[in-house]
Design a protein. Structure first.
Length: 404
């Protein structure tokens, strides 16, 4: 579904779209109040990493005067862990727990954002959430429509509870939000499909690659490889952990075949895994390793040292591991579904996420063919340079300017 290029006005407001040339000549910085779930930016992956990076890169811009709206308890707990630049930002905080404050905003539309900073011109929710405004414009990041899709999540009781929560939230947002930022054209089309009333307010700005993935591996990263026993081993890296959405069943079934086919191979899985998959993972033996959550330095080292990165996810709104691996110069095998073809282009070997045998053969091909593996590594390295957080922040700022 095509996304309209205009932005719908919120009732009672008059918005005029400005050209990029006109907005570039604006002399006064934009007063931007960014609502951030601070608890999600430390030790973060996926949406948490996206929120952290986009805020940091918006905060670097001279045409933005940014302040942070956050949970006071999270501010005290998280800032000592993340340090600069977060310790240098100016904060407006609320004393209630995040969940309680969000419920208050959702049901009461109170207090308004201007209660915290009366000069805010634009309020930006860095993840799917709602902050009521009086006069300021409101922008929200919506990463994907996964909870409304068939086959993206395992449909247990938790799924239905979360789906209802998101349905109510999007119904609220559809009436209040001036701009929906999402991270891929795929996500834009799917959000517009499920919520056609917001289609004209959706803007796509791709995620970037965290800058250190373009740099050499650190000493801390090399130490991690050595201590984890991966330093001298041939291994395939599986980012994202074992979850239904990440195609855990296929990963486990295909890994059994790959480990039999390649007696010296190790398959290393990083990030948290759902408990229901642990026993089956352990049954594969010591060459199938669940490393859990690892630091950015360790993840960087794993990406760089792996023979290849294997990401057979069922459903992604963007697919950060694909471009992170590419930035590290490592070949990628991934799914040909959801946003991944848009993000990977021709720079990864893409396979149907429902075809276990095809994934086995794709991984096997790159393990045994140095020329093909190097081919995809070089293509990926070049493609990853298109995805920078500086560009993401610049594009998002241009969309913000169009509201004012």
């Amino acid at each position: 579904m095509a996304i309209d290029s205009c932005i719908l006005d919120r009732p009672g407001k008059t918005a005029q779209m400005q050209s990029p040339a006109a907005t570039a000549q604006t002399s006064n910085p934009l007063n931007l109040l960014a609502y951030v779930h601070l608890r999600n930016i430390h030790g973060s992956t996926g949406a948490g990493r996206t929120a952290r990076q986009i805020v940091e890169h918006l905060g670097k811009r001279s045409d933005i005067h940014m302040r942070i709206l956050a949970d006071a308890g999270d501010q005290r707990r998280i800032l000592p862990l993340v340090q600069a630049p977060w310790t240098g930002y100016r904060y407006h905080t609320f004393s209630a727990d995040t969940s309680r404050q969000q419920a208050r905003w959702f049901w009461l539309d109170h207090p308004k954002a201007e209660t915290f900073w009366e000069d805010a011109r634009l309020v930006y929710c860095t993840a799917e959430s709602y902050v009521p405004v009086a006069k300021a414009r409101l922008a929200v990041t919506a990463h994907d429509a996964g909870y409304f899709e068939n086959g993206a999540h395992h449909r247990d009781a938790g799924y239905w509870k979360q789906r209802l929560k998101w349905r109510l939230l999007f119904q609220k947002l559809s009436k209040r939000v001036d701009l929906f930022h999402t991270v891929s054209e795929f996500s834009a089309s799917r959000l517009a499909h499920f919520f056609p009333e917001i289609a004209s307010r959706i803007r796509c700005v791709h995620n970037g690659v965290t800058p250190h993935f373009f740099a050499p591996v650190t000493d801390a990263g090399r130490i991690f490889l050595s201590e984890s026993g991966l330093g001298t081993r041939q291994f395939v890296l599986v980012p994202g952990g074992l979850h239904f959405r990440k195609n855990a069943e296929l990963i486990l079934e295909a890994s059994r075949v790959l480990l039999e086919r390649f007696p010296d191979l190790v398959i290393a899985v990083v990030n948290h895994s759902h408990p229901c998959y642990i026993a089956q993972a352990e049954s594969l033996g010591e060459r199938f390793r669940l490393l859990g959550f690892v630091s950015d330095e360790a993840l960087h080292a794993c990406y760089s040292a792996a023979q290849l990165v294997w990401f057979p996810s069922r459903y992604e709104g963007f697919g950060l591991p694909v471009v992170e691996a590419m930035a590290c110069g490592t070949a990628v095998v991934a799914s040909d579904s959801s946003s991944i073809p848009e993000i990977a282009g021709a720079a990864a070997l893409l396979v149907d996420p429902s075809q276990m045998d095809a994934h086995v053969e794709a991984v096997s091909t790159l393990l045994t063919n140095d020329q093909w593996r190097q081919h995809y590594a070089e293509l990926g390295k070049d493609r990853s340079k298109q995805f920078t957080w500086d560009k993401s922040a610049a594009d998002l700022k241009q969309h913000f300017d169009g509201l004012l």
